[in-house]
Design a protein. Structure first.
Length: 293
């Protein structure tokens, strides 16, 4: 029914979620183009947001009491975790050192976190009414979004102890979702014409819009500059996309693609692959590889 892509690594791995008649399910597409459905047993929904080069996956699942928890999937093993004092949390990204980032809600509001496997560090943008962390690169740079006192969303970059606000020029609201090792950042923004993806190097911005779509959301970028994300078509269906710089090799073609060239200010060109209508057999196993139709 609906497919969304949230993260990719440097080895052709892609993660996201799809929705069918049984609810929300996480999925992994590996470099060969094979899909694995990932469902946490007894969970009401499973969502996968980030993947590193070791194949570790950060995500979220909603339990039978409708409470969200952060999730780390490592091979066939899954681990649930929550920051101390969290009422609910979500895991949104990780790097190749295994550092995980995400957000949690407590009695004091919305906060970002960094987890090194044993210790949680709370991260809040100074002066913000709420902070969520979406991504971390191998240099330890962190990106996410924060709410100002008027409840407006802004993106941010944290390098060391320095926070830099990221706002797309003329946008009503801006969000940041991913950063690669070179410091290229992707996210989305809203303006009078709707929601649009963008790419920025910190100084210039390029709009990323899927031609013919109602809205586009850029969710992740790997070190080769491939952008992954989601767009909504004219019939309100959600689809995943992979946009590859034309100078970079395509690691693994997406089955059943439609291919076009996406051009934008500051981009020499991206080859765009669109994947829609992911369908998987789900029967008995929490981790089930399914053949493409």
């Amino acid at each position: 029914m609906h497919t969304q892509i949230f993260g990719s690594n440097n080895r052709g791995g892609i993660v996201g979620l799809f929705i069918d008649g049984n609810g929300e399910h996480g999925f992994l597409r590996d470099a060969t183009g094979a899909y694995t459905t990932i469902d946490i047993p007894t969970a009401r929904s499973t969502q996968l947001f980030g993947i590193n080069d070791s194949g570790q996956i950060a995500g979220t699942f909603v339990d039978s009491n409708f409470v969200a928890h952060s999730l780390l999937v490592d091979g066939s093993r899954s681990v649930s975790f929550d920051p101390p004092s969290a009422d609910r949390s979500e895991g949104l990204g990780l790097n190749n050192d295994g550092l995980l980032v995400g957000s949690f809600v407590s009695t004091t509001g919305l906060h970002g976190y960094l987890f090194d496997g044993s210790t949680f560090t709370t991260i809040d943008v100074p002066g913000a009414s709420g902070t969520s962390i979406a991504g971390i690169n191998d240099n330890g740079q962190i990106v996410g979004l924060f709410n100002d006192p008027t409840a407006t969303n802004h993106g941010f970059l944290k390098t060391g102890s320095t926070f830099t606000t990221i706002d797309f020029p003329g946008a009503i609201q801006t969000q940041v979702h991913g950063i690669n090792k070179s410091g290229l950042i992707v996210g989305d923004f809203s303006n009078a014409t709707g929601f649009h993806g963008y790419l920025t190097d910190g100084s210039s911005f390029t709009t990323v819009d899927i031609p013919g779509s109602i809205s586009t959301f850029a969710r992740g970028i790997n070190d080769a500059g491939q952008i992954v994300g989601t767009f909504r078509d004219q019939s309100q269906m959600l689809h995943g996309f992979i946009a590859t710089p034309m100078s970079a090799p395509v690691r693994a073609p997406v089955p059943e693609p439609s291919t076009i060239t996406l051009l934008g200010v500051g981009l020499t060109g991206l080859v765009l692959s669109v994947r829609s209508g992911l369908k998987s057999e789900i029967a008995g196993s929490s981790f089930k590889r399914s053949a493409e139709r």
